[in-house]
Design a protein around this ligand. Structure first.
Ligand code: AMP
Ligand code: GLY
Length: 424
C-alpha cells in the first residue's frame, strides 16, 4: 500500500519509522517531512496548511492511507477535505478535533459527562475574568481557549500575575484569536502522565504510558517548551491508576463524544494529573504527542498500519495492542536559547553513529539538508531515543547516545527520567 504522512517534526519521524517497518507498505511519502524523515520516506514539498494541495497529491498518487500528525490541520478540518474526496485518512474530523481546539469545549464536555478534571470558569471578556480573579484561590491557572503552540497556559501565583495573564491573552492577543475566550482553572498538584490511545469512533485502546518534561531547564525550571524529553512507561501509572482511568476517563470520553454527535476517530492524547484525589484530566489532544511518540512507538510490536485501518473501519475490537516489556527514554537536543531566541543553520555531526544500531534512534525535529550537510533548523533539533530492559538502562543509553551528536549550540536537559529514581 501507499501511505502519506502529513507533518515534519520528531513525532512524524517516529511515525514514519514505525510505518516503514510494515511489510504492507510499498511506498511512504511525507509532506513536508524533514532531513531525517527523508531517509525512510519520500518528502513532498507541500505545507500542512495546504489541505487542497495535500488531497490533490493523495488522489494523483493513489495514496491508500494518509496519517495526520499535527494539531493545526486536524483542528482546521484536513480530514474532512480528504473524506469528501473518498480518501482514506487517519485522524479526527474537525467536529471531533475540537476536543483539542477549544479548551472551553473540552471542559464543558468533562463537566457534562462527569469526567474527573479541575474546577473551572469560562470568560469571553477581560472585565468579568478579572472580577472573578479577585475571589480566586492562588495559584490559579489561565488557559487560552484555542491552539497556542503548547504555550497558552499560565500558572499564576498571585492576583497581580493573573490580571497580567488575562491582559496578555485577551487584550494584547499574545495567541491571536485563540485568546478570545479563556478558561480559569483550579490549580492541581501531582505527577503528570500522558496516555495516547487509538480510537475508532466507538472504542478506545490506550497505548503504554509516557511522561513528558515540558520545562526548559533541569529540575523543571525555566519556560514551558514543546517538550524536552520523555520516558515510557511511567512508573507512576500503576495498575490501580490504569483501572481508574479505564472506568472513569477513557471510555467515558469516547461515549461523551459520540453522544454529542462527534465520533472521535484517531489518536486521543489524554494528559493526566495524578492528584491526591485521584487521576484527573489536564487536557486532551487530538493527535500523537511530541515527544511522547518518540518513546511509545519504538516499544510497540503491532504493525501500526493495521491499527490505523481498524480505527478507520470501526473494528478496533479486532486489535490487541502489544508493547515490548522494556522501557524507552528520549532526550531532546535543542538549540541553546530555545524556547526564546536561538540561532540555527549549524552543521550537525555524528548522525551516522545511529545507523544499523539496535535500541538507538535519532528522530529529526528541526533539521534541514543544506548542500552535503544536515543543519539545525529549529528550537528542538533532534530527539535521541534509546530502549533498555528498564528505565535506568534506557536512560543511560539515551544519554550515552546524545554524546555521539554535535552541533555548535547543542543544549539538552540532564535530568530526563530522573523521576524514575524518586519513584523507588
Ligand atoms: P496543558 O497544555 O493544558 O496540558 O497545560 C500545560 C501544562 O500546564 C501542563 O502540562 C501542566 O504542567 C500545567 N497545567 C495545566 N493545567 C493545570 C492545572 N489545572 N493545574 C496545574 N498545572 C496545570
Ligand atoms: N508533549 C506534549 C504535546 O505533544 O502536546
Amino acid at each position: 500500500m501507499k501511505v502519506l504522512i502529513i507533518g515534519g517534526g520528531g513525532r512524524e519521524h517516529a511515525i514514519a519509522r514505525k510505518i516503514s517497518c510494515s511489510s504492507r507498505v510499498d511506498k511512504l511519502y511525507c509532506a513536508p517531512g524533514n532531513a531525517g524523515i527523508g531517509q525512510c520516506a519520500e518528502c513532498v514539498d507541500i505545507e500542512v496548511s495546504n489541505y487542497i494541495g495535500l488531497a490533490d497529491f493523495a488522489q494523483k498518487e493513489g495514496i491508500d492511507l494518509t496519517v495526520v500528525g499535527p494539531d493545526d490541520p486536524l483542528v482546521g478540518g484536513v480530514v474532512d477535505v480528504f473524506e469528501e474526496r473518498g480518501l482514506r485518512v487517519f485522524g479526527p474530523r474537525k467536529n471531533a478535533a475540537i476536543i483539542e481546539g477549544s479548551k472551553a469545549f473540552s471542559k464543558d464536555l468533562m463537566k457534562k459527562y462527569h469526567i474527573p478534571a479541575a474546577e473551572y470558569e469560562i470568560f469571553d471578556n477581560p472585565k468579568s475574568a478579572i472580577e472573578y480573579l479577585k475571589k480566586s484561590k492562588y495559584p490559579t491557572v489561565i488557559k487560552a481557549d484555542g491552539l497556542a503552540l503548547g504555550k497558552g497556559v499560565i500558572i499564576c501565583m498571585s492576583y497581580e500575575e493573573a490580571v497580567s495573564g488575562v491582559k496578555q491573552i485577551m487584550e494584547d492577543k499574545q495567541f491571536g484569536s485563540s485568546g478570545d475566550r479563556i478558561v480559569i482553572e483550579e490549580f492541581m498538584t501531582g505527577r503528570e502522565v500522558s496516555v495516547l490511545a487509538f480510537c475508532d469512533g466507538t472504542r478506545i485502546l490506550p497505548m503504554t504510558s509516557a511522561q513528558d518534561h515540558k520545562r526548559a531547564m533541569d529540575g523543571d525550571l525555566g519556560l514551558n517548551t514543546g517538550g524536552m524529553g520523555t520516558f515510557s512507561p511511567s512508573p507512576f501509572y500503576t495498575k490501580e491508576v490504569d483501572d481508574f482511568c479505564k472506568r472513569n476517563i477513557y471510555q467515558s470520553t469516547m461515549d461523551a463524544m459520540k453522544a454529542e454527535g462527534r465520533d472521535f476517530v484517531g489518536i486521543l492524547f489524554v494528559g493526566l494529573m495524578l492528584t491526591p484525589d485521584g487521576p484527573k484530566v489536564l487536557e486532551y489532544n487530538a493527535r500523537f504527542g511530541d515527544p511522547e511518540t518518540q518513546v511509545v512507538l519504538p516499544r510497540m510490536k503491532n504493525d501500526i498500519t493495521e491499527v490505523f485501518e481498524a480505527c478507520i473501519d470501526g473494528r478496533l475490537d479486532q486489535i490487541q495492542l502489544e508493547f515490548e516489556d522494556n522501557a524507552a527514554v528520549c532526550v531532546v537536543l535543542a538549540s541553546d536559547g530555545y524556547p526564546g531566541h536561538y540561532e540555527k543553520g549549524f552543521a550537525i555531526r555524528g548522525l551516522e553513529a545511529f545507523n544499523e544500531k539496535e535500541d538507538y534512534y535519532v528522530f529529526h525535529a528541526g533539521t534541514k539538508q543544506s548542500g552535503n550537510d544536515i543543519v539545525t533548523n529549529g528550537g528542538r533539533v533532534l530527539g535521541v531515543t534509546a530502549t533498555g530492559k528498564d528505565l535506568k538502562e534506557a536512560r543511560e543509553k539515551a544519554y550515552e547516545a546524545t554524546g555521539w551528536i554535535n552541533f555548535a549550540n547543542k543544549y539538552m536537559r540532564r535530568d530526563i527520567g530522573k523521576a524514575i529514581d524518586e519513584a523507588k
